[in-house]
Write a protein that binds this ligand. Structure first.
Ligand code: COA
Length: 258
C-alpha cells in the first residue's frame, strides 16, 4: 500500500501508477474517520478497478483544518481529483463521505464517471446526544460509535480500525463533521443527478437507516440499489466480502464510456 500526498491530502493507492484502462474507485471515509475504513476493500478490488483511499482534511495524516460544511469537503475532494486526474473516477463514500459524493454528483458531475452512496442520505440530521458526548466525553463517543454504528451480530474486533481512527481524530474535527452532516440537505435536488449511482444500505443501520437509501433510490434517476445483510452503518468493516461483491458487480457493469 502506497502513501502519497496531493493537495495536502494523504492517500493510498492499490496500484501505482494507476492503470489508464481501469476505472478508479476513490474511497471517502465517514465522520471522525480515516482511510483505514477501507482496508478490506482496497486490495481486494484491484482486479476490477484502481483503488484510492484518502484522508479528508483534518483527518488521518492529512494537513489543513477539518471542515464543518459538506460543500467545503467536496471542494477539497474535487481539487484532489482535478490534480490527480484518475481514470474514470467513481467516488465511494460512507456517511459524510456519501454526502460528499452526492455533493460532487450535483455540483461537479463532469469530474465523475459514477458514484457510490453507502450508509448515507440526502439529509443527515444528527442526534443531539452525539454532539453532547463528543463535547463532554470523547472516549464515550468512541464507544458509542461502536455500539450504535454496528449490527449487534458484528464481532467487535472488526470495529478496531474505526475505533482507532475515531480515537485519533481531534474531537473538534469530529464535531465539525457531524455539524456538516446536520446542515446537509439535498433532498429536493436528487432528480438532477445524471451519473450512474449505486446506493448501498446496511440492513441494521441505525445512524442512516435503510429508509434514507430508499429515498435515494426512489429519487436519483436510474439508481441501482444493494442491501448488505447483518450489517449496521459500518458495513465496509462489518461485512467486507458482501460490500466488495456489490462494488465489483456495479463497477464491472458500467459502460467503458462511463
Ligand atoms: N431520507 C429520507 N427520509 C429522511 C431523511 C433522509 N435522508 N432524513 C430524514 N428523513 C425523514 C425522517 O425519517 C422523518 O420522517 P418521519 O417524520 O416519517 O419519521 C422526517 O424526514 C424528519 O426527520 P429529521 O429531518 O431527521 O428530523 P427529526 O427531528 O424527525 O429527527 C433525529 C432528528 C436526529 C432524531 C433523526 O434525524 C435521527 O434519528 N437521525 C439518525 C441518527 C443520527 O444522528 N445519525 C447521524 C447521521 S450522520
Amino acid at each position: 500500500m502506497l502513501i502519497k500526498v496531493l493537495n495536502d491530502l494523504w492517500f493510498s493507492a492499490g496500484r501505482w501508477p494507476l492503470d489508464p484502462d481501469s476505472p478508479t474507485l476513490v474511497f471517502i471515509h465517514g465522520s471522525g474517520g480515516d482511510q483505514t475504513l477501507w482496508d478490506r476493500q482496497f486490495d481486494a478490488l484491484v482486479d476490477v478497478a484502481n483503488t484510492i483511499a484518502l484522508d479528508l482534511p483534518g483527518h488521518g495524516t492529512s494537513r489543513k483544518p477539518g471542515c464543518d460544511r459538506v460543500p467545503d469537503y467536496a471542494a477539497a475532494v474535487a481539487g484532489f481529483l482535478e490534480n490527480l486526474r484518475p481514470p474514470r473516477p467513481i467516488p465511494c463514500g460512507l456517511s459524510i463521505g456519501g454526502a460528499i459524493v452526492l455533493q460532487l454528483l450535483l455540483e461537479r458531475p463532469r469530474l465523475l464517471a459514477a458514484g457510490v452512496l453507502m450508509g448515507t442520505g440526502a439529509r443527515l440530521r444528527v442526534l443531539p446526544e452525539i454532539f453532547e458526548t463528543i463535547a463532554t466525553d470523547y472516549e464515550g463517543f468512541v464507544d458509542m460509535l461502536g455500539r450504535i454504528g454496528a449490527s449487534a451480530q458484528t464481532d467487535p474486533a472488526c470495529l478496531l480500525p474505526v475505533r482507532r481512527a475515531a480515537a485519533a481524530c481531534p474531537p473538534a474535527v469530529t464535531a465539525g463533521d457531524f455539524k456538516a452532516c446536520d446542515r446537509f440537505d439535498v433532498m429536493d435536488r436528487l432528480d438532477r443527478i445524471d451519473r450512474p449511482v449505486l446506493v448501498v444500505s446496511g440492513a441494521e443501520d441505525k445512524l442512516t437507516p435503510p429508509k434514507y437509501s430508499d429515498f435515494l433510490e426512489a429519487h436519483i434517476p436510474g439508481a441501482v440499489r444493494a442491501r448488505i445483510p447483518a450489517a449496521g452503518h459500518l458495513m465496509p468493516v462489518e461485512q467486507p466480502e458482501a460490500v466488495n461483491q456489490v462494488l465489483r458487480v456495479f463497477v464491472a457493469g458500467l459502460p467503458d464510456s462511463a
